[in-house]
Design a protein around this ligand. Structure first.
Ligand code: SF4
Length: 309
C-alpha cells in the first residue's frame, strides 16, 4: 500500500472512531469481516456471541458489521436499542433459502414436529420456529427438545451433522446451504493431508457431509478458536470463510493456519468496508426495525434454545 492510501485509511479510521464516540455506539464485527473492520471492533465474534454481548451493553447504539440476520438477532435480543447494519444489501444467501411460506408448508406436513432453526435465518423464520440453534449447539438442542420428529432448517450440511449425531430422532432437513462452505471439497482435504501430514484439519459444520467425516474437528468459528488454543498441534488447515484465519493468527501467533484448498470469501461479509462504515455512522443508517409481534415470537425461540444446551 502506498503512503498516501495508508494515510487516507488512518484518517478514515480516526473519523470512524470520532463518530462512534459522538453517537456513544459500540461496533460489533463478525469473524468473517475484513481485517480492517475487525481491528475497529469493540467486540469480534460469531453471530450469537455478538448478539448476547449487545444485550449486556449499557450503550444504546449498536453498529453491527456483519449480515442482516445477525443485526436482526441483536435487535430481537435488545429491542430497546438502536441497531444499525452499515450496508443495507449485506444479506446471507443461506438464510434466504427458506421462505415463511415453505416453512408453514413443512409445519403443516409434520404437525407433531418441532421446528429447530439455525440462527442463520430471518427474524420472520425465527418467529415461526419452536427453538433456534447455533452450529455449536445444534446437536444438543435437537437431542434435548421434547419431540421425536424434527424439522431442521435451513442448512442441509449442518442438518446432516445433526442427523449423524442424533440417530434416534426423525429429522427432516431443508435443502439450503452456504455457498462459501459448500465449495470446499474432499479432494482439497486429501491434498492438505498429503502436503501437511502433522496438521489438524478443522471444518465448519456447514461444509459437506463427507468433509465432516474426514476432518479432525467439526466446529463452529468459536469452536475453532478454542480448539486451536487447546490443541498441541502447530499447524491447522481451516475449512471456513477466509478472514477467520486473520482472527486465528492474531490469537495464536505461534501457530500456522492455512485455508483448506483455495481461500473462500463470503461476498456479503466483504461489503462492509471502512468507507461504508464511516457513511453508516455519519448518516446513522441503516437502522433495523422489526414488528413487535415478530420480535416477541423470535425472542421466545431464541430463549428456548438456552433450555436445551
Ligand atoms: S458465510 Fe455463508 S452462512 Fe455466513 S453469511 Fe456468508 S453466505 Fe451466509
Amino acid at each position: 500500500m502506498d503512503t498516501a492510501s495508508l494515510e487516507g485509511k488512518t484518517a478514515l479510521k480516526e473519523k470512524i472512531l470520532a463518530l462512534k464516540n459522538r453517537l456513544k455506539a459500540v461496533i460489533l464485527t463478525h469473524n468473517y469481516q475484513i481485517p480492517e473492520i475487525q481491528e475497529l471492533a469493540d467486540f469480534c465474534g460469531d453471530s450469537l456471541e455478538l448478539a448476547k454481548i449487545s444485550k449486556g451493553l449499557k450503550e444504546k447504539v449498536i453498529v453491527f458489521c456483519g449480515v442482516k440476520f445477525m443485526a436482526e438477532t441483536a435487535k430481537i435480543l435488545s429491542p430497546r436499542k438502536r441497531v444499525f447494519l452499515p450496508v443495507l444489501g449485506a444479506g446471507c444467501p443461506l438464510a434466504d433459502t427458506i421462505t415463511p411460506l415453505e416453512l408453514i408448508e413443512l409445519k403443516n406436513k409434520y404437525p407433531d414436529a418441532w421446528v429447530v432453526s439455525y440462527v442463520n435465518t430471518s427474524a420472520e423464520i425465527k418467529s415461526l420456529s419452536d427453538v433456534c440453534c447455533t452450529s455449536s449447539n445444534a446437536v444438543s438442542v435437537v437431542k434435548n427438545v421434547p419431540a421425536d420428529r424434527i424439522i431442521f432448517i435451513p442448512d442441509k450440511n449442518l442438518g446432516a451433522w445433526v442427523k449423524k449425531n442424533v440417530p434416534e430422532k426423525e429429522i427432516t432437513t431443508h435443502s439450503g446451504f452456504c455457498y462459501v462452505h459448500e465449495q470446499f471439497s474432499l479432494n482439497d482435504l486429501k491434498r492438505a493431508r498429503e502436503l501437511y501430514p502433522p496438521a489438524k484439519i478443522m471444518v465448519h459444520p456447514e461444509c459437506r457431509s463427507e468433509l465432516q467425516d474426514a476432518a479432525d474437528f467439526v466446529v463452529s468459528t468459536s469452536g475453532m478458536l478454542k480448539a486451536a488454543k487447546k490443541s498441541s498441534a502447530d499447524i491447522f488447515i481451516i475449512g471456513t470463510e477466509k478472514d477467520m484465519i486473520y482472527r486465528l493468527e492474531k490469537e495464536n501467533p505461534e501457530k500456522k493456519f492455512y485455508s483448506l484448498g483455495n481461500t473462500r470469501a463470503c461476498i456479503d461479509m466483504k461489503k462492509t468496508t471502512l468507507d461504508e462504515l464511516y457513511k453508516a455512522l455519519l448518516k446513522e443508517r441503516y437502522e433495523i426495525t422489526i414488528d413487535k409481534s415478530i420480535i416477541d415470537k423470535a425472542d421466545r425461540a431464541l430463549k428456548e434454545m438456552i433450555k436445551y444446551v
